[in-house]
Design a binder for this molecule. Sequence first.
Ligand code: CP
Ligand code: NVA
Length: 308
Amino acid sequence: MRPRHFLTLNDLSRDELDFVLRRARDLKALQQAGTPHESLRGKVLGMVFEKSSTRTRVSFEAGMAQLGGSAIFLSPRDSQLGRGEPVEDTARVLSRMLDAVMIRTFAHETLERFAAHSRVPVINGLSDDHHPCQLLADIQAFQEHRGDLDGRTVTWVGDGNNMCNSYIEAAGIFDFQLNIACPEGFDPDEGLLKQAGDRARIVRNPAEAVRGASLVVTDVWASMGQEDEQAHRERAFADYQVTEELMAQAADDAIFMHCLPAHRGEEVAAGVIDGEQSVVWDEAENRLHAQKALLEFLLLGQEQATQR
Ligand code: CP
Ligand code: NVA
């Protein structure tokens, strides 16, 4: 049987994502109560990081340990990947030894090539085009604070980057309206926008875009791999900072999210990220719980995951 992968949010159906999110909530409660939940005893996750990470690495590694399994960290610097071994060959070999592989890479196509040659589930830990694991954590955090996203308005402020693309997919699946306030020249993926239809639209003016929003989200102006563009991007995004004034124009009960790491004084004002509307620490913590639920789902399927 071919393994299930999680390269973008759309790799799982709405029902499956709902299942993972419910299980994430249960796993969070188990973890907080100190109740053992070793559903993945003996299983090993490989983690390939071609870009830096704090949250993704720690949440996957700690998550596997808490589920009774273990994780192996691999970087191109100290594996044969950095010396030109083809992705396809690495996939064939790693997937004969491991139970799942998480990859953080540049080109999304690298993940697709790896997955096509893998016998075990492959998880996208961030590519240039998508960051689906972060969306699981964000949706869990929204549900905790405000309930379901269906019918709500969410506003993305800033770069039309990997996170923004994953929000566009989420809008289609979870049935919310996504307003995207990005400067011209920094639009998200056109194909994804088309697919989302009227669920996602670009609204250049941030003040207009946040009107009625229950959730305001932003991310860095220069993503990993775009460090050389920092100065140019700071100029282009100068009017796209999430400030207290901007938050005041969203819905009264609006909350703020950021996948982190954040740059206070650039994409977000300190008063917002450190203020009362911010749920960024819950959001970050949920990476752990949501990915544990995802790992269980991909490795055990729905029935076995709930029986343990
Ligand atoms: N949000 C996120 O993916 O963080 P890291 O880059 O620290 O993994
Ligand atoms: N857009 C950011 C997200 C970091 C978690 C980046 O790709 O660097």
